[in-house]
Design a protein around this ligand. Sequence first.
Ligand code: AMP
Ligand code: ZN
Length: 114
Amino acid sequence: MDDCLFCKIVKGDIPSNKVYEDDEILAFYDINPATPIHILVIPKKHISCHNDIAKEDEALIGKMHSVANKIAEEKGFKEKGYRLIINCGEDGGQEVMHLHMHILAGKSLGAKIA
Ligand code: AMP
Ligand code: ZN
């Protein structure tokens, strides 16, 4: 998608602070961190939002979670824990219309979700 911010990051047209990359997945630090550690995990393939995940994407979505686990281990917050968030649509507060998983870590987030 030519006008998609995260597709531009995948292509390297916009720089990012990369944490992980393979042929299907990219992870990079959020530019406006909400927590001491705030990483975004995205599929390289353009999927606009959670609603648009197709049957054929199931393995890819599973891989996003495996990558999150790998990052948690490598960055040293696996034991303390973290929160994974995927915002979807207007009520979900999604601003960038390319599916992404937020990894929030580095402080206690408490039990309240919203
Ligand atoms: P969401 O509200 O779930 O769509 O979250 C979008 C996230 O993308 C926000 O946390 C932004 O801070 C982040 N973001 C926007 N532009 C960039 C960028 N160029 N590099 C890294 N993160 C970004
Ligand atoms: Zn995109």
